[in-house]
Design a protein around this ligand. Structure first.
Ligand code: GDP
Ligand code: MG
Length: 302
């Protein structure tokens, strides 16, 4: 399967939901006011969020007016082009550099961090990188076991400690080990829950500080939030709140295959300025693909 086909298949539900609602609207005969009211309604109910929906509707209406496009296919093509431009505003970093790369995955429980760490480890290992996994979710005993399964599946080593250990210590050990054994990518899986929110923030900031203190010249460090697309606008709220605690470089949106809405991608980009690095389109090891803005927009309508 090509990348575009894979995105297309993973987007089947979003296409049947958000995509077909949009396509139906563009084919319908409505007054201008009815058209834009309904466009707004579709976007808001597809997790785009009120602020970004308003800005999309206002800018697109202005653009269509300026170009004197009134309806039907021409209007749909203009909207596709408009969305393409919007999702291309920010570009996700590709991982790698002359030195060691560290990728820290953050996000609430169940968002898909451990699964994503496993999928990324496997694809990086397949492309010849020397990968190390770090089990910094020490909050639940099962968390490191789950990552250990992925480490076996991906054929990459794992650094872990017993449940309840200091997650900062795990990261410290992992970075030392990676440096000594010349790994070029360390993927850090973190906890989505601690005794309370303040504790979680403090733990994540501590891990972040440890990573930064261990970086050498030429090393790269990426902090990415993992978001569950089916959480809808809550996923956006999570991204904003984690971004305040630890500055994020990108987002990974999982479970797009399970969402008929999927619109949360738009406010991540348009409001938070966060590029989308990968999207999860299934539970399998290969079901994590680069986010290609143009392919994503096209797959909505095809
Ligand atoms: N359908 C689907 N399920 C996913 C995807 N990513 C993760 N999951 C599932 O979501 C659940 C929670 O994932 P997990 O990695 O344990 O989340 P964590 O708590 O953030 O580490 C698991 O059952 C995963 O198989 C995805 O892209 N699509
Ligand atoms: Mg986990």
């Amino acid at each position: 399967m090509t990348l575009t086909e894979k995105i297309g298949a993973g987007m089947a539900r979003t296409r049947a939901g958000l995509g077909s609602r949009l396509a139906f609207l563009f084919r319908s005969r409505k007054t201008e006011k009815e058209f834009y009211d309904e466009l707004e309604e579709i976007l808001v109910t597809s997790d785009v969020g009120v602020t970004v929906t308003r800005s999309i509707v206002d800018s697109f209406r202005e653009l269509a007016g300026r170009q004197a496009i009134t309806g039907g296919e021409a209007l749909q093509s203009a909207f596709v082009a408009f969305l393409e431009q919007l999702v291309s505003r920010v570009v996700a970093p590709e991982i790698g550099g002359p030195g060691m790369s560290v990728l820290m995955l953050l996000g609430v429980n169940g968002s898909g961090k451990t699964t994503t760490a496993g999928k990324l480890a496997r694809s990086a290992a397949e492309s010849g990188r020397s990968v190390l996994l770090a089990a910094a979710d020490t909050f639940r005993a099962a968390a490191a076991d789950q990552l250990a399964e992925w480490s076996t599946r991906a054929g990459v080593p794992l650094v872990r400690q017993q449940a309840g250990a200091d997650p900062g210590a795990v990261v410290y050990d992992a970075l030392d080990a990676a440096r000594a054994r010349k790994h070029d990518l360390v993927i850090v899986d973190t906890a989505g829950r601690f005794h309370n929110r303040e504790n979680l923030v403090r733990e994540l900031q501590k891990i972040d500080k440890i990573v930064r203190s261990k970086l050498a010249e030429g090393d790269r460090y990426y902090r990415m939030i993992v978001l569950d697309a089916t959480a809808g606008t809550n996923a956006f709220t999570q991204a904003r709140s984690f971004h305040e605690a630890v500055p994020l470089d990108a987002a990974i949106v999982t479970k797009l295959d399970s969402s008929a809405r999927g619109g949360v991608i738009l406010p991540l980009i348009a409001d938070l300025g966060l590029p989308v690095f990968r999207i999860g389109v299934g539970e399998g090891v290969d079901d994590l693909v680069p986010f290609e803005g143009t392919a994503w927009v096209h797959s909505l309508f095809e």
